[in-house]
Design a protein around this ligand. Structure first.
Ligand SMILES: [Zn+2]
Length: 111
């Protein structure tokens, strides 16, 4: 009982936060082509939850939004995807704010 402190977030909350992030991103995915604005809102909400509970966005979703403006990125629609051999990165260029989101592919190459 007295282990409870204000800083400590019970595990249960974190689990719920993770679930919510999952749901929000899967919804964003569904809405992205029809209602991009709604998808962006879902991304924002998911990121807020992540920040509050110190939960990271799951890997599978990390590349699907702009880290600068929180837009949901749909390759071919509002984002350009290219690889950069020099930096060994895949670059996702956000069509909304032109930010370049880089994701290394070194690890995948090791295999
Ligand atoms: Zn952006």
């Amino acid at each position: 009982m007295n282990k409870k402190s204000r800083r400590h977030k019970p595990q249960g909350w974190i689990k719920v936060a993770k679930e919510r992030i999952e749901i929000l991103f899967s919804e964003a995915r569904k809405q992205a082509s029809k209602k991009p604005k709604r998808a962006n809102r879902y991304v924002k909400m998911a990121r807020k939850i992540g920040m509050r509970y110190n939960v990271r966005i799951p890997r599978k979703y990390r590349r699907e939004f702009c880290h600068k403006c929180d837009s949901y990125l749909l390759p071919g629609k509002n984002c350009t995807v290219r690889t950069n051999a020099k930096t060994k990165c895949v670059e996702y260029i956000c069509g909304e704010c032109k930010a370049i989101n880089r994701y290394g592919y070194k690890k995948e190459q090791k295999k």
